[in-house]
Ligand binder design. Structure first.
Ligand code: NAP
Length: 344
């Protein structure tokens, strides 16, 4: 495989480390880029050295130029997207048309309008190349591949329910009635468990995107706007200029949250931020659940996804584990790259 990697941040860097450490003699790294710089070669780069080399040298990044200079060779070319960029995602159909397979950690392409979503699959099929995105949901957890296996072997998905955000999982697995929610969010932010601006976690959009990807996998022609999203942001949060200002604003609602959590504790219940798809309805909301629920014992920042299907009607098929982090996500991406070796 000739590999072209765009995005060398948390996930991309880790992918380079794993490629460098493990003996991937069938994978030849020929191009690497960030939003600023790019490097291309006719021969294989050393993944251990390329990060520094890119910083020190490298040309100014331009995606069209990057693609134009990948050579005319036929065979297994794989474009790996480890950015969160919409601009890169919008190029996928053209990239597939140029004979690349695509492996992506980036959720954007799969959550643009349904027409684009379909054209990705059509273009991959027409060009005899692959499109893999296991790390879109649950990082390295085998969520997408499990669904695809269930569906391709004739199972029918009845419902999908999950805690899809490591950050929101952590917040509600940790929160007690003795804590101030705003302080918990602030501490999580200081420890790097949230986005730099925690509003991006609390608005529920990331969870909605993941749910959309899973719902579409079942064949549902849903759009992001069709998902009912309960944002955890109090009114007025979005217009506040600074993150500190937002956290102060959030503090005004600590009392309200304490009352809710105290009430839940008295009923032996816990809050979880859950995405659910069933009967063509998709929603994302904060829910109070009891001991009987498979998400009650969730710990740390784990993700959990429960599929009820025709074959698993009563006891759902459950996938649980770390749903974020460089190592697991990069491993998910590498798994997809290896799939390209098998598929193409
Ligand atoms: N981190 C996780 O645990 C995790 C888990 C699952 C999925 N993901 C997904 O994986 C992707 C990468 O996440 P990350 O945490 O590695 O992000 P990150 O640390 O912010 O790194 C992003 C990388 O993408 C590059 N980039 C941004 N815009 C670009 C553009 N328009 N063209 C070319 N390169 C561009 C950045 O370049 P500069 O360095 O020049 O800014 C940087 O190298 C995201 O889509 C994320 O949602 C992450």
């Amino acid at each position: 495989i000739d590999l072209y990697l765009v995005g060398v941040g948390t996930v991309g860097n880790e992918l380079l480390s794993i490629l460098g450490e493990s003996n991937q003699d069938q994978i030849c790294l020929k191009g690497v880029a960030t939003s600023k710089k790019m490097l291309l070669s006719e021969s294989c780069f050393d993944p251990n050295k390329i990060g520094n080399k890119l910083k020190e040298s490298g040309d100014k990044f331009d995606l069209d130029e990057f693609l134009d200079n990948t050579g005319e060779q036929k065979g297994n070319k794989v474009f790996v997207d480890c950015t969160a960029s919409t601009a890169v995602s919008q190029k996928y159909t053209a990239i597939l048309d140029r004979g690349f397979s695509i492996v992506t950690a980036n959720k954007i392409a799969n959550t643009l309008d349904y027409g684009f979503y379909q054209s990705l699959r059509e273009n991959a099929s027409k060009n005899g190349v692959s499109f893999f995105y296991e790390a879109n949901v649950g990082a390295g957890l085998p969520v997408i591949s499990t669904m695809q296996n269930l569906l391709s072997t004739g199972d029918k998905i009845i419902s999908i329910e999950g805690v899809f955000s490591g950050t929101l999982s952590y917040l509600f697995n940790t929160l007690t009635a003795k804590m101030n929610f705003s302080e918990l969010v602030n501490n999580a932010k200081s420890n790097g468990f949230t986005e730099p601006d925690p509003r991006q976690d609390l608005n529920g959009l990331d969870v909605a995107r993941k749910l959309l990807i899973l719902a579409r996998e079942t064949g549902a022609e849903l759009e992001l706007e069709d998902i009912i999203v309960e944002s955890l942001l109090p009114t007025g949060s979005e217009s506040i200029d600074s993150v500190d200002g937002f956290l102060k604003h959030l503090g005004q609602f600590d009392g309200e949250m304490r009352v809710k959590v105290k009430e839940a504790e008295a009923q032996n219940k816990r809050f979880r931020f859950i995405g659910k798809y069933e009967d063509e309805n998709a929603s994302v909301s904060l829910q109070k659940i009891g001991r009987e629920h498979p998400f009650y014992e969730l710990q740390g920042s784990d993700n959990i996804i429960a599929f009820r299907t025709r074959r698993y009607p009563n006891q759902p098929l459950v996938i649980k584990g770390a749903g974020a982090g460089a190592a697991v996500t990069a491993a998910g991406v590498l798994g997809d790259i290896q799939q390209c070796l098998v598929s193409n």
